[in-house]
Design a protein. Structure first.
Lengths: 246, 292
C-alpha cells in the first residue's frame, strides 16, 4: 500500500437493535484505488457502505475521510464532501426524466459550482454513457435494468465524487451488461480519477477490476490483500468461487 | 339553461377554493406522507388575518402580502415545533398531531376574532356581471384567477426549479434524495410553509364571498381533503380536478335537488367514484421504484 490515505475506517461497529451487524471493522482506502468488498449475503457489506455514507449511525468507531471524522454525520452532509454512495437496487427517481435525475446528482454543489460546470459534467457523463444521451427525456423508471444502473452511476458521477461507494452495480443484470458496468468502474478512474469502494456478488469479476480487496464475514474483516492474492487464496476460492481445494 | 350556467359558475368558484386547499394537502403528503388535517385552519387564518389587517387600515394589497407571509410562517412554525419534534413517529401519529393542532388553532382563533362571521372587502368593486341569464361577481372571477395562478406558479416551482426537482425527488425516493444531498427536514419544512401559503391564498380569495369565522376551516379542510383523495392523493392535477368536481357536484346538487342534501349528494358521488377507481381519478402512476 502506498499513496495518500483517502479514507480510514477504524473499529467501526453498527447494530440493528440487539443484532450487531458490524463488529469493529477497520479498513483503509488510498487515493485512486479501486477496492472490492467481498462477502456472503448478510455479511455486513451493505451495512458498512450505508454507515460510511451516513444512512446508518454507528454505535462505535470512527470513519476518517480526508482527515475528518464523519462517523454519524447525516447522509445529506456526507455527500457534500464528495463522498458519494450509489445504493443497491439503483434507486433512480423513477417518475423523473433521465436529465432531471442527472441534475439532481449535482444538487449538493448547485450553489458553489456554476451551471456551466454542471452542464459540462452532463456532457462528460453523456460521453461515458451514450445511451443516457439518447434517452435523456425518458422517465427513469421506464428504462431497462441495465440502463437504470448506468443512470444511477451517472447520477453519482454528477455529484463529483472523490470516493464513490458502489453497492452491487451488476445485480440483476445480464452477464454481458454486468461486464460493461464493471468495465465502467475502471473508465471512471481513468476519466475522473475517482477512488472506488465496490461491493459485488461476482467475486472473480470484481477482483478483476479492483486493485485490492477485503473479505468480510459475519460483520468482521477476515482477510485482505491484493486482487491477485485473493483470487489465488484457497479459502477465498472455496468460499466464494465455488472451487474445492484438494 | 340559465340555471345550469349559474350553477356551473358557482360550482367552479367554490371548486377552485377546494382545489387550492387540496393542493395544500398534496404538497405536504407527497413529501412527508402526512395528511395535514390543519390545512383548513390555514384557510381560516388567511381570511381572518386579512380581516384584522384591513380593519386596522392597512392598504389592501399590502394586507394581502402580509397575510400570506404571516400564515406561511405559522406553517413553518407548525412543522418546526410539532412535526419535527415528533421525528420518527409514523405518519398516523403525525396525522393525529395535526388534528390537535387544528383544534388548538381554532381555539385561539375563537378568542382572538370571536365567534361571529366577519366581513372582508372584495378585491375589486363587486357589482355582479350578467352573462347569458346568469350572474357572476367579480370576486368569483378572482377566485378562479387565483386558482389558475396557483396552479401555474406551482408548476413552475416544482417542474422548472432545482428546489422543485429536489422536492419531487424527495417524494419519489427519499433515500436516494438524501444520498444526493437533499435534506428531508428542509423539504418537510418547505412543504408545510408552501402549503400554509396556499391555504392563506384560498382564505384570502374566499373571504369576501364566505364571511370568514373561526370555524370555517373544518368544512373547507374536509372538502379539500376529499378533493385530494378523489383526484388521487399525491397528484396535483388530480387535486384540481377533484376540487372542481366536488364544487360542481355540490352546486348542481343544491340547485337541482335540494340545498339541504348537497353534502349528501356530493359525498355519495365521491363514494361511487372511489368504489370504481379506488386510487382516485389520477391515482399515483406506478412506473416502478427503479429497483428490483
Amino acid at each position: 500500500m502506498n499513496g495518500d490515505k483517502l479514507m480510514e475506517v477504524i473499529d467501526l461497529s453498527v447494530s440493528y437493535g440487539p443484532i450487531q451487524a458490524l463488529k469493529g471493522v477497520s479498513l483503509a482506502i488510498n487515493k485512486g484505488e479501486i477496492v472490492a468488498l467481498l462477502g456472503a449475503n448478510g455479511a455486513g457489506k451493505t451495512t458498512l457502505l450505508q454507515t460510511i455514507s451516513g444512512l446508518l449511525k454507528p454505535t462505535g468507531g470512527s470513519i476518517i475521510y480526508q482527515g475528518v471524522n464523519i462517523a454519524g454525520m447525516e447522509a445529506e452532509k456526507v455527500v457534500e464532501k464528495h463522498l458519494v454512495h450509489v445504493p443497491e437496487h439503483r434507486q433512480v427517481f423513477s417518475t423523473m426524466t433521465v436529465l432531471d435525475n442527472l441534475y439532481l446528482g449535482a444538487y449538493h454543489h448547485r450553489k458553489k459550482s456554476k451551471m456551466k460546470n454542471i452542464e459540462k459534467n452532463i456532457g462528460k457523463v453523456f460521453d461515458l454513457f451514450p445511451i443516457l444521451k439518447d434517452r435523456k427525456n425518458q422517465l427513469g423508471g421506464t428504462m431497462s435494468g441495465g440502463q437504470q444502473q448506468m443512470l444511477a452511476i451517472a447520477r453519482g458521477v454528477m455529484a463529483e465524487p472523490e470516493l464513490l461507494l458502489l453497492d452491487e452495480p451488476s445485480l440483476g443484470l445480464a452477464p454481458l451488461i454486468a461486464k460493461d458496468v464493471l468495465e465502467l468502474v475502471r473508465n471512471l478512474r481513468a476519466e475522473f480519477g475517482t477512488t472506488v469502494l465496490l461491493i459485488e456478488q461476482n467475486v472473480t469479476a470484481s477482483l478483476k477490476v479492483a486493485d485490492r480487496g477485503y473479505v468480510i464475514s459475519h460483520g468482521e474483516i477476515v482477510k485482505s490483500g491484493s486482487s491477485k492474492e485473493l483470487l489465488n487464496d484457497p479459502e477465498v476460492k472455496e468460499a466464494y468461487l465455488g472451487h474445492t481445494v484438494n | 339553461m340559465g340555471d345550469l350556467l349559474q350553477f356551473t359558475l358557482t360550482g367552479v368558484t367554490i371548486g377552485s377554493i377546494y382545489a387550492i386547499v387540496a393542493l395544500g394537502f398534496v404538497t405536504i403528503y407527497s413529501v412527508t406522507k402526512v395528511i395535514n388535517l390543519a390545512q383548513g385552519e390555514f384557510v381560516m387564518l388567511g381570511g381572518l388575518t386579512m380581516y384584522s389587517l384591513t380593519s386596522a387600515g392597512v392598504p389592501y394589497l399590502l394586507g394581502f402580502v402580509i397575510t400570506i407571509i404571516v400564515v406561511s410562517i405559522l406553517g413553518w412554525i407548525m412543522e418546526y415545533l410539532l412535526i419535527r419534534r415528533a421525528k420518527g413517529a409514523d405518519p398516523i401519529s403525525l396525522i393525529i398531531l395535526t388534528i390537535g393542532t387544528a383544534i388548538f388553532i381554532r381555539g385561539i382563533a375563537s378568542v382572538v376574532w370571536g365567534k361571529d362571521q366577519l366581513r372582508v372587502a372584495p378585491f375589486t368593486e363587486n357589482t355582479p356581471v350578467n352573462i347569458a341569464n346568469a350572474t357572476i361577481t367579480p370576486q368569483a372571477i378572482w377566485v378562479v384567477v387565483i386558482m389558475l395562478l396557483v396552479v401555474f406558479l406551482l408548476y413552475i416551482l416544482i417542474d422548472k426549479t432545482m428546489v422543485g426537482k429536489a422536492f419531487q425527488a424527495s417524494s419519489v425516493n427519499p433515500l436516494a434524495a438524501r444520498l444526493m444531498g437533499i435534506s428531508p427536514k428542509r423539504m418537510s419544512s418547505l412543504s408545510f410553509t408552501l402549503s400554509a401559503a396556499l391555504g392563506a391564498l384560498a382564505g384570502l380569495a374566499i373571504a369576501p364571498i364566505m364571511f370568514p369565522s373561526y370555524d370555517m376551516g373544518t368544512m373547507l379542510g374536509i372538502k379539500g381533503f376529499s378533493a385530494a383523495i378523489l383526484g388521487g392523493l399525491g397528484s396535483a392535477p388530480g387535486a384540481v380536478i377533484g376540487g372542481l368536481l366536488i364544487g360542481l357536484l355540490e352546486s348542481l346538487g343544491a340547485g337541482y335537488i335540494s340545498s339541504g342534501m348537497k353534502d349528501a349528494i356530493t359525498f355519495s358521488a365521491i363514494l361511487l367514484i372511489l368504489l370504481i377507481r379506488p386510487s382516485g381519478i389520477l391515482g399515483e402512476k406506478s412506473v416502478g421504484k427503479g429497483g428490483l
